[in-house]
Every structure is written in structure tokens, then in C-alpha cells.
Write a protein that binds this ligand. Structure first.
Ligand SMILES: C[S@@+](CC[C@H](N)C(=O)[O-])C[C@H]1O[C@@H](n2cnc3c(N)ncnc32)[C@H](O)[C@@H]1O
Length: 246
């Protein structure tokens, strides 16, 4: 059984899969069953423990680290736009690789939620659909980026089709932003919930980039419909692509 096998964390440490849950949260009044399950998953999740012990703000940081170590996305001195940044795990990873604290590269991010500052990065609080915010981000990076990365996800409703459509709309917005700012040869990495509606976005990606892959890092829960699309070698905006109203 997959869940009871030993696996290796990004740090190389072995751990038991999630089915080997050991810590249980006691039933308490006021705590719903789903909240209790969420807490149990958090306290038993080896990636949560690893992220915390390494000083990352989120377990999502490990997903990006794993994708980067397999595909070598980022290089020192590059310009990166991070959409859906809170609490800031991806910003930490990118800042480190591009050498932001030594004055190399450029990094800008945006989220609906507050994000603790990251030295040298511009982080806006707001909605990616807000034109004024988007313009501010684009101006900060001088209109050009080597990478647009998006981990944006809408709050889940529990209704799978609704969640899929809402997250796919964010994927479209992220891709539209990428089309505006990527330099030739640039790359795009974005969260995607599998479910059908993302197909037209994938068609656009295949037209606009040399290579499009689906990646699922170990730190992405196996039971989740989440995957990441990784598109590299930006060729330019496809002829039939309609930019979103801006
Ligand atoms: C999975 S979290 C991102 C985690 C982050 N990559 C990290 O490493 O810490 C998804 C984020 O997307 C943000 N988000 C969702 N819709 C958004 C929107 N329309 N504009 C900006 N951010 C949005 C949410 O507020 C949430 O913080």
C-alpha cells in the first residue's frame, strides 16, 4: 500500500506515508470533523514538519524546491513574478536562487492576503484581477520577466466542479499575465486542478511554448487533483490568442 511505504523527503530523510497517521486530535465541541481531519493531516504530514524545521513559511516551498531541483527553472539574476504568494514560501525559494539579497535579479509578488516582507522583493496586497495592481507589478519588473509562477488557488467550496472552474479562471489569469511579460525563452509554472476546463488553456500553452509538462512534486498530496503545468521556451503570443480585457 502506497501510504504505508517508506518514502524520502526533500531532505533525504525517510518518513512514513500519510496512511501511517499516528497523532489523533481529540473530539471537541466546536471543532468540525473536517477541521479535525485538517489538523490531523497537518500534524502528521512530514512535509509540514520539514518545511517548519527548515524555516520555510509554507509546505508549498518544498513543492517549488522539488520542481526546481528536477527541472532547474531559476538562475541567478533572473526576474520572477509570483502570483498568489502568501504566506511566502515560493518567494523564499526564488529569492534565494536568484540572489536577491546580494542585489541580483528582481522579484515581485501579489496576494489577496498579507505577506511578510521578503528583503528586496515588491509584494502587493490585492487581487490579480485588479488592473491597477497588475500594472504596478508589471511596471516594477520593467515589463519583462524570465518566469511567471502561480500557486494561486481559490478558497475551496467542497464542490469539486465549482472549485475546478474557479481555480482554472486563476490559471487563465496567470497565463494572460505571462503572455504580457515573458521574454522569448521565458517560462511559466502554474497550479492547475485537473478536471477538464483547463484544456483550452493547455492548447494555448502548447502553441506559445516549446515544451509543456505536467508535474506533480512529491510534496503535492497524492489524493489532491492539484498538478502544476510547466511551460518552457516562450515563443511569443499565439496569433489566435485573445488577451483578457485590461
Ligand atoms: C496555495 S496558496 C500560495 C502558497 C504560496 N505559493 C507559498 O509558497 O507560500 C494560494 C494563494 O493564492 C491566493 N489567491 C487566490 N486568488 C487570488 C487572486 N485573485 N489574486 C491574488 N492572490 C490570490 C490566495 O490568497 C492564497 O494565499
Amino acid at each position: 500500500m502506497a501510504g504505508s511505504q517508506n518514502k524520502k523527503g526533500s531532505s533525504g530523510r525517510s518518513y512514513r506515508g500519510n496512511a501511517g497517521l499516528t497523532n489523533k486530535v481529540q473530539k471537541k465541541r466546536g471543532l468540525s470533523a473536517s477541521s479535525r481531519r485538517w489538523i490531523e493531516r497537518q500534524i502528521n504530514d512530514p512535509f509540514v514538519a520539514e518545511a517548519r524545521s527548515r524555516g520555510f513559511r509554507s509546505r508549498a516551498a518544498l513543492k517549488l524546491e522539488q520542481i526546481n531541483s528536477k527541472y532547474q527553472l531559476f538562475k541567478k539574476g533572473q526576474t520572477v513574478l509570483d502570483l498568489g504568494s502568501a504566506p511566502g514560501g515560493w518567494l523564499q525559494i526564488v529569492s534565494d536562487i536568484i540572489g536577491l539579497d546580494e542585489g541580483n535579479g528582481r522579484l515581485a509578488g501579489i496576494d489577496l492576503l498579507d505577506v511578510e516582507p521578503v528583503a528586496g522583493a515588491l509584494i502587493l496586497k490585492g487581487d490579480i484581477n485588479d488592473n491597477a495592481k497588475l500594472d504596478e507589478l508589471i511596471a516594477y519588473i520593467g515589463g519583462k520577466a524570465d518566469w511567471v509562477i502561480s500557486d494561486m488557488a481559490a478558497d475551496t467550496t467542497g464542490h469539486r466542479a465549482t472549485d475546478h472552474i474557479r481555480t482554472t479562471a486563476l490559471l487563465e489569469m496567470a497565463l494572460d499575465t505571462a503572455m504580457r511579460v515573458l521574454i522569448p525563452g521565458g517560462g511559466f509554472l502554474a497550479k492547475c486542478f485537473q478536471g477538464g476546463a483547463e484544456k483550452s488553456t493547455l492548447t494555448t500553452l502548447r502553441q506559445g511554448f516549446e515544451q509543456v509538462r505536467h508535474v506533480k512534486p512529491d510534496a503535492s498530496r497524492a489524493e489532491s487533483v492539484e498538478i502544476y503545468v510547466l511551460a518552457t521556451g516562450f515563443k511569443g503570443v499565439p496569433e489566435n490568442y485573445l488577451m483578457l480585457e485590461h
